[in-house]
Design a protein around this ligand. Structure first.
Ligand code: GDP
Length: 440
């Protein structure tokens, strides 16, 4: 996905800046060329890439570093700012009571996104309802109903009734006591006349606070055309880009949306109901550059209500025992795929470069870890550093697990401890820390 490939190449370019002995035209040119290559590979429009390159070059060589910033930090900061400009404004959708109407072509991921969006708001503590005004696609009603029921989201639809505006009206009435009402509308294969008319009719009834266009990331640069056409037809207030996990070319759609003066409201990053993120330009770019995103991480932890089990504050202070690790792994299991979580960690976590396999803390493995830990002494659990080779043998025998697994558990603990060390102080010193990690 775009986060992996583009992020990797951009980090490579920044690393060059960070490790340069001095910042001069040659260093800047080289880094800019690398950034260009990375963005073009992610399908960002050539003109936008050229504009961005020129601005980085001009600013890097003419602007004076802000007080307290060295020349390397200064250039990295410029790259960071210009990338934020490239992806545009942050989500226009706020966390308050509202009605959202979803529009888009068939197959864009609209139905799935309706359920994801409701799930997103529910996680934020806002009670959500979904109204199925997609009376065109035969399977839409059942698909959406099933998704909503699974997520505990209120669903309204009228199977077999083709009168979409009437269904929308009754749906709104039925959802009156909910904070968020999401109205899913029908798509077509193309932006046809009857689709436009239907969207306008539903809109007249719903008078939505937001009309969000759902688009597939694979559209790439064509996203701008589609956003313009929908905007002209019904007036959109933002765009949801889906399936960013499935393409390395997602930069095309994202920058194209920004270019149309619209903004990306949410991004879809997977097939499960939790795989939707509110788009925040600076946060997205920080993550892309590996600057970490501790805010997202802690928010997620709070949403999944693991804060009572895991004392994030204590972890941040550096206390991290084996028991903490077990709790942490459980919490992470609840929060979502570890890989996704790790991507939100600052470079301290990223720098470890864990393989896919290492990311997978499956329930099975967690169970095994627990068995191993039951053969450890309190002192060992509190301070795993004291576990020597002979102790590993004893623990392995006692727990009936191979010694490699005991070593693996200890290795995971060390890796997580290191990642957590990287997290500490991130809030204040994001940029500084990143520099250090990039440094020679
Ligand atoms: P609709 O015709 O626009 O309502 O599209 P659907 O909601 O039925 O989605 C079409 C397909 O795209 C389904 O298989 C979804 O699971 C998939 N999909 C939607 N959003 C995402 C996403 O963010 N990532 C991935 N990988 N698949 C998605």
């Amino acid at each position: 996905m775009v986060l992996d490939s583009l992020g990797g190449s951009l980090r490579g370019a920044l690393k060059k800046i960070a490790s340069a002995s001095r910042i001069d035209k040659q260093v800047v040119d080289e880094a800019v060329r690398e950034i260009q290559r990375a963005l073009l590979q992610a399908d960002v429009n050539v003109k936008l890439v050229m504009n961005l390159s020129n601005r980085i070059r001009d600013r890097a060589l003419s602007e004076k570093p802000a007080p307290g910033m060295n020349p390397r930090e200064h250039v990295i900061n410029i790259v960071y700012q210009e990338l934020i400009n490239l992806v545009g404004k942050s989500s226009p959708v706020t966390l308050e009571k509202q009605t959202i109407m979803l529009v888009g072509l068939q197959g864009s991921g609209k139905t799935t996104t309706a359920a994801k969006l409701a799930t997103f708001f529910q996680r934020k503590g806002l009670r959500s309802a979904v109204v199925c005004a997609d009376t065109f696609r035969a399977g839409a009603f059942d698909q959406l109903k099933a998704l909503c029921e699974k997520q505990g989201v209120f669903f309204y639809g009228e199977k077999g009734n083709p009168d979409a505006p009437a269904v929308a009206r009754r749906g709104l009435e039925a959802s009156r006591k909910y904070d968020i009402v999401i109205v899913d509308t029908a798509g077509r294969h193309a932006l046809e006349k009857d689709l436009i008319q239907e969207m306008m009719d539903i809109d007249a009834v719903v008078a939505a606070d937001h009309k969000l266009l759902v688009m597939d990331a694979a559209l790439g640069q064509q996203a701008s055309e589609q956003a313009k056409a929908f905007n002209k037809a019904v007036g959109i207030t933002g765009v949801i880009i889906t399936k960013l996990d499935g393409t390395a070319k997602g930069g095309g759609a994202m920058s194209a949306v920004a270019e149309t003066n619209s903004s990306v409201a949410f991004i879809g990053v997977g097939e499960t109901p939790n795989d939707l993120e509110r788009f925040e330009a600076d946060r997205f770019i920080s993550r892309l550059l590996g600057m970490g995103d501790i805010k997202t991480l802690i928010e997620r932890a709070q949403e999944t209500k693991v804060e009572e089990e895991v004392d994030v504050e204590a972890l941040m202070r550096g206390k991290f025992t084996l028991k903490d690790m077990c709790k942490q792994m459980e919490a992470i299991n609840k929060m979502g795929p570890l890989k996704q979580i790790m991507q939100m960690l600052p470079l301290g976590g990223m720098g470890l470069d864990l393989s896919d396999q290492e990311y997978q803390v499956t329930k099975d493995r967690l169970e095994k870890y627990r068995v191993i830990m039951s053969s450890m002494t309190e002192a060992e659990l509190e301070d795993p550093k004291i576990i020597t080779a002979s102790r590993i043998k004893r623990i392995s025998r006692g727990s009936g697990t191979p010694p490699e697994l005991v070593r693996e558990l200890l290795k995971s603990h060390k890796a997580m401890q290191k990642a957590l060390k990287g997290m500490r102080g991130m809030n204040k010193m994001g940029m500084k820390r990143m520099m250090k990690k990039f440094g020679p």
